[in-house]
Design a protein around this ligand. Structure first.
Ligand SMILES: Cc1cc2nc3c(=O)[nH]c(=O)nc-3n(C[C@H](O)[C@H](O)[C@H](O)COP(=O)(O)OP(=O)(O)OC[C@H]3O[C@@H](n4cnc5c(N)ncnc54)[C@H](O)[C@@H]3O)c2cc1C
Length: 477
């Protein structure tokens, strides 16, 4: 399909648009995409707004041209959902806003604000926000899909801290959405992910009081100790200290031979004593056989971002997938192959403890007010990383070889580590999926927002319908 560029005189003066044939187009198209396995998809233009009126203008232009709108906040979607054929890409990279009300702790931020930046800006106010674990993940894509932020297992999903959003609708209207107005859009903003049927220009977030002491206990086990190590952490996680995040990682460790199982406890406290008390039950019960044991090590949020940044290096080609594992499954068996062998030295596997947060919907109905509705006690994801296209096939085969069998022990998956062109799963419970179809149809009946990128890129509502349909029977599209 080809779209004639309208006369540039029809646009407001200095409107920040780069057309396909302009110098700098390719940098604007993919320069901010984290995954270097770059897509062969070509938007007709890239708009780089610096204010909300630019976003309205981009929507009106797309309507006039009969093309779609795709959106980029931080560019960390693994599958590069922002890069779409026949679309105007709105890239929020130059749209920066931050303010905080010290009385309420509510921060207002632009969607491209990253986890590291929001926390640097909040630090002088004695506050913080549990954004994505990697420093460069922006709040835009992260919050819309739920957001597994720091200590999500206890403190809940990051999107539960959204107080309100400002949006531009698919008709170009500016709206505020919160629990009293435009409530269906507010509901969808917490879990719809890349199908959200409007463009968020500002998030209003309840920030949290800052913790002064971040401490980490790490146990590194050889392969042969995988089962005792995993079964130990599975047992102690659900009732562990409520300010402590727990994860198991299968990865290579510098200076050691072979893939290791790393069990990590990261606690957020206000004194050394509190941190030691929190981590003590892990120290007291850890099975023997660890290659390395580091107990209650001093760290900080900034150090943690550096670690995550090193574990997810820039300039690499990523292939990822995930599933929640059923609570009653033999979790160690389901994940075993992913913790035994990795396709490259930089690849890794993750088990992320989600209990007790995963049980709240059953107990208190706390998840009823948002689209996000899929979870279990066990989040399992794999990240295959290579440096050149030559490694792509091996990485893809490994990911598929792990996740296709694992998904048989799974109720569904998380949008954040998904690629709907590779494998489709259930991302919401049935009721919420049906409601989402309704909300998308209501707010974007013409399918202006590009939405879920499925095979064939069939558009927002159709994309969602096909995903919901295909995930009922066979998990593979
Ligand atoms: C290295 C790395 C680490 C990660 N760590 C975590 C983690 O700890 N926890 C976690 O939950 N996830 C994590 N993720 C997944 C990440 O949260 C998602 O990929 C998320 O979509 C990234 O948000 P973004 O704004 O940076 O991405 P983008 O690629 O810019 O956005 C993704 C999509 O979200 C939609 N979108 C974005 N902004 C807007 C907007 N303003 N209005 C409407 N729609 C919008 C669009 O469809 C867009 O294409 C990680 C990803 C990477 C690459």
């Amino acid at each position: 399909m080809s779209f004639p560029a309208p006369s540039r005189h029809a646009l407001p003066p200095n409107f920040p648009i780069i057309w396909k044939d302009d110098v700098g187009y390719d940098l604007a198209r993919i320069g901010r995409v984290f995954n270097h396995r770059r897509p062969s998809r070509y938007p007709i233009a890239v708009v780089q707004p610096t204010n909300q009126d630019h976003v309205v203008e981009a929507v009106l232009l797309a309507t006039k041209l009969g093309c779609r709108i795709s959106i980029r906040s931080g560019g960390h979607s693994w599958a590069a959902w922002s890069v779409r054929d026949d679309a105007i890409l709105i890239d929020f990279g130059k749209f920066n806003y931050f303010s905080v009300d010290d009385a309420t702790g509510v921060a207002s931020v632009s969607p491209s604000t990253t986890g590291r930046v929001i926390n640097q800006l909040l630090e002088p106010h004695g506050r913080w926000f549990p954004g994505g674990h990697c420093p460069g993940v922006a709040v835009g894509g992260f919050l819309l899909q739920g957001g597994m932020g720091w200590n999500c297992k206890n403190w809940g999903w990051a999107c539960e801290n959204i107080v309100a959003i400002d949006v531009v609708t698919a008709e170009g209207r500016k709206l505020r959405c919160d629990k009293n107005q435009n409530t269906d859009l507010f509901w969808a903003a917490r879990g719809a992910g890349p199908g959200f049927p409007a463009i968020v220009t500002r998030f209003h977030l309840q920030t949290l009081l800052r913790y002064s002491h971040v401490r980490d206990s790490t146990f590194v086990y050889p392969k042969e100790n995988y089962r005792p190590a995993l079964n130990w952490v599975l047992k102690i996680s659900p009732t562990f200290d409520p300010d402590t995040e727990i994860a198991a990682i299968g990865s290579y460790v510098p200076g050691l031979e072979g893939v290791k199982t790393i069990i990590r406890f990261t606690t957020f406290k206000n004194s050394q004593e509190e941190a030691e008390t929190a981590l003590k039950p892990a120290h007291a019960t850890a099975p023997p056989g660890a290659n390395i044991t580091a107990l209650c090590t001093e760290t900080s949020l900034s150090d943690q971002y550096d670690l995550q940044h090193a574990a997810n290096p820039e300039g690499h080609r990523y292939r990822v997938d995930n599933c929640y594992i059923k609570n009653d499954a033999d979790v160690a068996s389901v994940m075993e192959s992913a913790f035994m062998d990795l396709p490259t030295k930089k690849s890794f596997s993750l088990w992320y403890s989600m209990a007790p947060c995963s049980r709240r919907n059953h107990d208190a109905g706390s998840m009823q007010n948002m689209a996000l509705s899929m979870q279990s006690d066990h989040y399992f994801a794999v990240y295959a990383v290579c440096e050149t296209p030559a490694g792509d096939k091996e990485c893809a085969d490994w990911v598929r070889g792990i996740m296709v069998p694992a998904s048989k022990q799974s109720p569904g998956a998380y949008l954040g580590d998904a690629d709907f062109q590779e494998r489709v799963s259930m991302y919401w419970n049935n009721e919420n999926a049906q409601n989402l179809i309704h909300v998308l149809s209501k707010w974007d009946s013409r399918g202006l927002i590009a939405g879920y990128l499925n095979k064939g890129d069939t558009g927002s509502v159709e994309g969602l319908r096909s995903m919901v349909k295909s995930s009922w029977s066979p998990n593979l599209v």
